[in-house]
Design a protein around this ligand. Structure first.
Ligand code: FAD
Length: 506
């Protein structure tokens, strides 16, 4: 029997299509992690612009940057980045409401019950302030303060600080391109005009460029953005449309001159048929209005956006159309779709760049040979679907739990039937404030809690086991947590001071 050796079957040519955030993140990571002997090529077209948004992240981005061995201060300078401790949701539950979904933990969990169960008991009795008082990631933003967690204070709330970044997406891609090219990635500029497939198995065989050049490969990674050139236009993989749950389908984006204090958080403000993001960078503020075209015209959406900028617009507003959902299979034959080519959900919780990162790690953990084992591909797709669904449910929760009475869009969202798991989470929280993290889902209890409570959902009771402690004891415990956090925040520098002292761009 002639069994081909592993080396014979090894993938040798990897072609990445697209040079946006997804393409260059993939190129930088694969060129660092894969063994020698593989040729990595990235194809991008200067005529087809990148999406140009995607500037807010979650803390996992730091693990990705560490994988690439980036110096954090250099990365911040190169990308005009700022720090992000969470997201403020303004007017989301109801007009006039504001809450912060902060990263990291809330209070200190106890052996018997989670911290928030003790808080719930006292809050329900009118004897505790709102949730925001119990996390350094929600108190510090309200004072525009930031510092990195010190390494030598393990018991201080300062060590609980959990942070991500806002950065200029174009500069990030350029920065990663430099790294990837130094690690040997070959860049080809030009427009792909045709994609060839193998007649016997339908796998992608080659790309034909506008200038006639033919690019062949063993493994193709589709980072072509919303056009999904390989995974959809060539392989016709199919798309699972989730717009009945996440109905926003458009965004208008415009940067503006920064004004006011440099805030260490993203702001999301609800409008009549969607919401507006505000992302503070060092050199400008990124803004965008995400809306549903069934309920608002692009002209109206643009007028609202321009009326709600901090400073003068720095460019013409740009309209982006999208459909929320995901590819039926992110990995099909010898093609893996990463980034917008694989799917898109709302930018509401800044999860897309994170999902690029997890897709890269998943690809590395199931890295194929030229046999393309179907069980590996199925495993990749099952993990991808699970991740998408859990994040989708978290996003749906924001919309479902609104109390706006005067807008058709919000009424639709409140009355829509949601996936059974979302309804179950609502019912479970409403009864005794219980929250369970499902499997390896991204968002922890603290995130679900902040959003459900922040949107106005109220638990009717609390976990009975917290009654083991007296009210006086719980009151003392909560007061100490609150005071310690406040003391820490008092000594923290402002976000602007911290950046000026450590990592300001020239
Ligand atoms: P793109 O940036 O669109 O890149 C596509 C690439 O493919 C380009 O280089 C293009 O030249 C190339 N290409 C396409 N066709 C061809 C062809 N025929 N020949 C050659 N090259 C081709 N994510 C977050 O994490 N946080 C956020 O705050 C956030 N905000 C968002 C707001 C909005 C409104 C939208 C729509 C998305 C947002 N995202 C956010 C998602 C984020 O922008 C994307 O996940 C990220 O930018 C990755 O995009 P991409 O690289 O997949 O696609």
């Amino acid at each position: 029997m002639n069994i081909a050796s592993e080396t014979d079957k090894a993938i040798r040519e990897i072609v990445i299509v697209g040079g946006g955030t997804a393409g260059w993140m993939t190129a930088a990571a694969l060129s660092r992690m894969l063994p020698q002997g593989k040729r990595l090529r990235l194809v991008e077209s200067d005529q087809i612009s990148t999406i140009g948004v995607g500037e807010a992240t979650i803390p996992s981005i730091r693990a990705f940057n560490q994988l690439l061995n980036l110096d954090e201060d250099e990365f911040i300078r190169e990308t005009q980045a700022t720090f992000k401790l969470g997201i403020e949701f303004v007017n989301w539950g109801n007009q006039g409401d504001s809450y912060i979904h902060g990263f990291g933990q809330i209070g200190r969990d106890q052996v018997v019950a989670k911290f928030y169960q003790y808080w719930l008991k006292m809050y329900q009795a009118g004897k505790a302030p709102d949730l925001e008082a119990f996390s350094i990631n929600t108190v510090a933003p309200r004072h525009a303060k930031f510092m990195r967690p010190p390494k030598d204070m393990p018991n201080s709330p300062l060590s609980d600080i959990s942070y991500a970044f806002h950065f200029d997406a174009g500069l990030y891609a350029r920065y990663l391109r430099g790294i990837a090219e130094r690690q040997g990635v070959l860049r080809t500029e030009g427009r792909i005009v045709e994609v060839g497939t193998h007649p016997e198995n339908g796998h992608i065989a080659s790309l034909r460029m506008e200038n006639g050049e033919q690019i062949e490969g063993d493994l193709f990674i589709d980072c072509s953005g919303l056009s999904a050139l390989l995974i959809e236009k060539t392989l016709h993989t199919g798309f699972e449309d989730w717009s009945h749950w996440l109905p926003a389908d458009s965004a208008i984006a415009v940067p503006c001159v920064p004004a006011g204090a440099l805030l260490p958080y993203t702001r999301s403000s609800a409008h009549q048929a969607g919401w507006q993001w505000r992302i503070p960078l060092q050199h400008r503020t990124g803004n965008g209005h995400v809306f549903c075209s069934k309920f608002m015209s692009a002209d109206e959406a643009q007028a609202i956006l321009l009326n709600n900028l901090d400073g003068e617009a720095l460019a013409e507003p740009r309209l982006i159309r999208f459909t929320t959902g995901k590819r039926k299979r992110a990995w099909n034959k010898n093609c893996v779709a990463i980034g917008l080519a694989g799917g898109f959900m709302e930018p509401l919780e800044s999860t897309s760049i994170h999902m690029i990162q997890t897709a890269i790690m998943r690809l590395l953990s199931l890295f194929p040979d030229r046999a393309f084992s179907q069980v590996d591909i199925d495993t990749y797709n099952a993990q991808n679907d699970e991740e998408y669904q859990r994040i989708r449910d978290f996003l749906i929760m924001h919309y479902k739990l609104n109390q706006h009475q005067d807008a058709d869009f919000w009424r639709y969202c409140r009355e829509m039937e949601v996936p059974a798991e979302v309804q179950h989470r609502i019912d479970l929280y409403r009864s005794h404030g219980r929250i369970f993290r499902l499997g390896e889902e991204l968002f922890a209890d603290a995130s679900w809690l902040q959003v459900m409570h922040g949107q106005g959902l109220r638990a009717q009771s609390y976990h009975p086991l917290v009654d083991q402690r007296s009210e006086e004891d719980i009151d003392y415990f909560l007061t100490q947590v609150q005071k310690t956090i406040q003391k820490c925040v008092d000594v923290m520098p402002t976000h602007a001071e911290f950046i000026a002292a450590t990592c300001a761009a020239e």
